[in-house]
Design a protein around this ligand. Structure first.
Ligand SMILES: [Cu+2]
Length: 67
């Protein structure tokens, strides 16, 4: 199990929180997500997905990952 906190720009309200949460949980192997405006804490199974895949799912919704 891996845990990561991803910083996200472009989120401004609870609607964004819902969209990002949905995007992350749509990736396989996600065990836990805790989203707030501007960041996402994620627990995931490294044998099923990668951080890159999670980040891409967020970016696909129009948000930007802050590295
Ligand atoms: Cu919003």
């Amino acid at each position: 199990m891996a845990t990561v906190t991803i910083k996200i720009s472009g989120m401004s309200c609870q609607h964004c929180v819902a969209i990002v949460g949905k995007a992350i949980t749509s990736v396989g192997g996600i065990k836990k997500v805790d989203i707030s405006i501007g960041s996402a804490y994620v627990e995931y199974d490294e044998s099923k997905t990668t951080l890159k895949e999670i980040e891409e799912a967020i970016e696909k919704e129009g948000y930007k990952i802050i590295k």
